[in-house]
Design a protein around this ligand. Structure first.
Ligand SMILES: O=P(O)(O)OC[C@H]1O[C@H](OP(=O)(O)OP(=O)(O)O)[C@H](O)[C@@H]1O
Ligand code: HPA
Length: 174
């Protein structure tokens, strides 16, 4: 069995899109500040690059949730492995995700975080696989819609590998 990776989105395409998203967010929150919640581990690269492109004051916190384990198929069960360090009460929160696939993770986070009393709560996902959606969730800021393929790179893993690729690639398990 030999794993192969085909480039789907280059580093340049990702950079351009992230700059656009940063500009939109900066306009939408003019005169306010935003509190980014990076969903570990996959969103770490996207969050760092996006935060650099936002011109209003930014704070960042981290939450780790997991459902995929060492597989390309969601287990369907979301577990919080690390919770936020700061309260989000009264803050403009944006949840930053690398990918929305079935939608289960963002649905879970939306329900959990909205109960904590933020001033506003929006969702931002670098990638969206609409064909795979099981749970309906409205994403406020989306980078790219992608086909129903398992992708790796730019934070996304297969069994914890490939997160460090500077592009997004389609994984062929051979
Ligand atoms: O829309 P869904 O079907 O719920 O899938 C999306 C989630 O799956 C991945 O996380 P994973 O559980 O693999 O954890 P990781 O970020 O640590 O890789 C990804 O980072 C999203 O959080
Ligand atoms: O396509 C994917 N790749 C990596 N992790 C994921 N989590 C949901 N979908 C994916």
């Amino acid at each position: 069995m030999s794993e192969q990776i085909r480039v789907l989105l280059s580093e340049e395409e990702l950079d351009r899109k992230i700059a656009e998203l940063g500009e939109r967010i900066s306009k939408d929150y003019e005169g306010e500040s935003v509190h980014l919640i990076c969903i570990l581990k996959g969103s770490i690269f996207f969050t760092c690059e996006l935060a650099k492109r936002i011109t209003v004051p930014v704070t960042i916190d981290f939450m780790c949730v997991s459902s995929y384990g060492a597989s390309t198929v969601s287990s369907g069960k979301i577990t919080i492995k690390k919770d936020l360090e700061e309260s989000i009460e009264g803050r403009n929160v944006i949840v930053i995700e690398d990918i929305i696939d079935t939608g289960r993770t963002l649905r879970y986070l939306l329900d959990d975080l909205s109960a904590r009393g933020p001033k506003s709560l929006k969702l931002c996902a670098m990638l969206d696989k609409p064909d795979r959606r099981i749970t309906d969730v409205a994403v406020d800021y989306t980078g790219f819609e992608i086909p129903d393929e398992f992708v790796v790179g730019y934070g996304l893993d297969y069994d914890q590998r490939y997160r460090n690729l500077p592009y997004i690639g389609i994984l062929d398990l051979g």
